[in-house]
Design a protein around this ligand. Sequence first.
Ligand SMILES: [Fe+2]
Ligand SMILES: [Fe+2]
Length: 152
Amino acid sequence: MDNKRKPLKRHEALHSLSHHHMIALHLSLKMRRAGTDKEMLPVHELIQEAEAFWNPDGLIHFREEEEILLTAYAQYANVDEIPEIQEMLMEHVNIRALFDCLFRAAEPSLDTIHKLGEMLEKHVRKEERVIFPMIEKALPEDRLQEVKPYLH
Ligand SMILES: [Fe+2]
Ligand SMILES: [Fe+2]
């Protein structure tokens, strides 16, 4: 058995989404550590960083995954029978709601920040480890090339 972990090979069409995932993971770590002894930056700065991350890039990222990627994928797979896809969509709804809640709050609670950080991390890891590999496998090369310019 080869125990060496092979780096994930991402199709070039998904490179920009994967790059954005890295940024999301950095933010999620800062969120999960907020208010703890491992805090990386003051909460008000973290909220500013979260806003810069989310509006508009995060919002656009979610839309592209739903409107471009899943629209293509649903033509090659029975998405009704893939629980990870249902979970992914529900996570989009819940993460959108939590970001909105965070930005509307006069005093954002650490609970909300931690919850959002955890959800974001779990979501990104699921897309990277499970969902993107399924999509790369299911979509023919020409279809991947076709969606590429629409994913930023
Ligand atoms: Fe997503
Ligand atoms: Fe994503």
